[in-house]
Design a protein around this ligand. Structure first.
Ligand code: C2O
Ligand code: CU
Ligand code: CU
Length: 507
């Protein structure tokens, strides 16, 4: 067997034995008190690590330290670099793995409340997905075991306990999950210190430098937006960069804010990847719109710049109501109507030219012809009225609740349509997310908005922004795993308010 075959074979073994367990549970009356997963003796991990959710503090602003919640951990087996803390932040973990690797993660909840970890964007067994039904209490442990079955890309992880996701993420629980593979290696993209995650998160601080988060009815409806925009946990992100090409992994890790980004020198972005990994070929965009949870990988060539030059990443902040709130957020003077959230200072030294390949990757086949409902998409109405955020008029009910129109068949390909008709109630943008898969955007209809030019509807996606008045159709395939998975609005306050439902993949 080739190495790849062997992996597939091992994977199918692991999948079939675990499938039974997860399949049975999916149909049993799941409650909040699902038994936590434990280590299985016949699973032989390439990488094994401990990941703890703890309380702690960091220095963000001058003066008092800020109390936060954070992930800590260390590698028990395999590459010690598989878990590192993001440069400069000291508290944002980055897990680095390769496709096909077997991973075991011992998650310890040392928070004063329930939590569970969700691996955002991963194609994964139900029991490993971090559905809120698996939330564990203080002092409890949950062991994740899975085979990394995603293309190379920028994925991430965050807590997913029902009604507390917004609070926990806001207080610092966010990490990156970077997957590498042979196809990505072949593209010879900038690596190591030339591969920079840029995590954008807004936060508010009180006079004692402590985080302010309110989840009163207004914030729950409108989404909570902090007054300062932080990059990688810093209020003033600056980095001196060598005169060569870099890869920036832009990621909106805020609770509700939409960002519209551009370069201070007016150059367009070279977009090379989105949520589910590399595009087939690079694209250019004058602006980039990033909704909550969306990722955009860009390539930027600093070899054309002179030593000492400074280039800033400018951000406008937009609320889900589509108000430009850049001015309402403070903490930095405005530059061209936006805020410089990250500054890159070009270092001295020779410029080193590199080129970006014209072809970056090949997508897995996901064809519209295969859709069982090509002309009759499964439509989900997004609505917000009377203090409720709903999907097809329903909110999140029992942990395992699935309606008739939320059942799909294993192996089938479908078109789903997110309809933000906004005929009644509040007109708001909703970034919709589906667990366990990556989809392709096939149609977007509705009037164009200032944010539209920066959409990243290309490539494989797991979050898609749907503006009021828009309908977006996506194509997805339900592969390998049966069971219950959530789909929801990724404005964390909306998700906590119940703008989340389950779908069931049936054998
Ligand atoms: Cu990042 Cu259920 O989501
Ligand atoms: Cu997710
Ligand atoms: Cu929403």
């Amino acid at each position: 067997m080739t190495c790849f075959d062997r992996r597939r074979f091992l994977q199918s073994l692991a999948t079939s034995s675990l499938l039974l367990a997860s399949g049975e549970r999916a149909f049993a009356a799941a409650t909040h008190t699902m038994p936590p997963a434990e280590a299985t003796p016949n699973f032989n991990p390439d990488i094994e690590m401990e990941l703890n959710a703890v309380t702690g503090e960091i220095r963000v602003l001058p003066g008092n330290a800020t109390r936060i919640w954070r992930y800590t951990g260390h590698v028990l087996r395999g590459d010690p670099q598989a878990l590192a803390m993001l440069d400069g932040s000291g508290h944002v973990p980055i897990i680095r793995v390769r496709r096909g690797q077997k991973v075991r993660i011992h998650f310890n909840n040392q928070l004063p409340e329930e939590s569970i970890v969700h691996w955002h964007g991963l194609h994964i067994l139900q029991r490993m997905d971090g559905h809120p039904m698996y939330a564990i209490g203080t002092g409890k442990k949950y062991v994740y075991e899975f085979i990394v079955d995603n293309r190379a890309g920028t994925y991430w992880f965050h807590p997913h306990p029902h009604e507390r996701t917004g609070y926990q993420v806001y207080h610092g629980l966010t990490g990156l999950f970077l997957v590498g593979d042979d196809e990505e290696d072949a593209a010879k993209l900038p690596r190591n210190e030339l591969d920079l995650p840029i995590i954008i998160q807004d936060r508010s601080f009180d006079a004692a430098n402590q985080l302010v988060y309110t989840a009163g009815m207004r914030d729950r409806m409108m989404g909570f937006s902090g007054r300062r925009v932080l990059v990688n946990g810093a209020t003033d992100y600056q980095r001196t960069v060598p005169r060569t090409a870099h890869r920036l992994r832009l990621f909106n890790g805020s609770n509700s804010t939409l960002y519209r980004l551009r370069w201070s020198n007016g150059k367009p972005f070279t977009l090379i990847g989105t949520d589910g990994g590399l595009l087939e070929r690079p694209l250019t965009r004058d602006t980039l719109t990033l909704a909550v949870a969306e990722r955009a990988d860009v390539w930027v060539d600093f070899s054309v710049n002179q030593p000492g030059e400074e280039i800033a990443l400018l951000a406008e902040s937009w609320s889900p109501m589509l108000d430009n709130i850049t001015g309402a957020q403070t903490g930095a003077p405005l530059v061209q109507g936006a805020r410089a959230i990250a500054r890159f200072r070009i270092s001295d030294g020779e410029a080193r030219k590199t080129t970006l390949p014209e072809r970056l990757s090949t997508f897995p086949a996901l064809r519209i012809e295969d859709a069982v409902n090509r002309n009759k998409p499964r439509t989900f109405q997004l609505s917000m009225a009377r203090g409720q955020a709903m999907l097809n008029g329903r909110t999140f009910g029992r942990m395992d609740e699935v309606a008739e129109d939320e059942k799909v068949k294993l192996g089938s390909t479908e078109v789903w349509e997110f309809a933000n008709d906004a005929n009644f109630g509040m007109r708001m943008a909703h970034p919709m997310h589906v667990h366990n898969l990556q989809f392709r955007v096939i149609r977007r209809s509705g009037a164009s908005h200032a944010l539209s030019a920066g959409f990243t509807d290309d490539g494989l996606k797991d979050v898609i922004l749907v503006l009021p008045g828009e309908r977006v159709q996506v194509l997805m395939k339900f592969e390998n795993h049966t069971g219950i998975y959530p789909y929801h609005c990724h404005i964390l306050e909306h998700e906590d308010l119940g703008m989340m439902r389950n779908y069931l993949v049936q054998p």
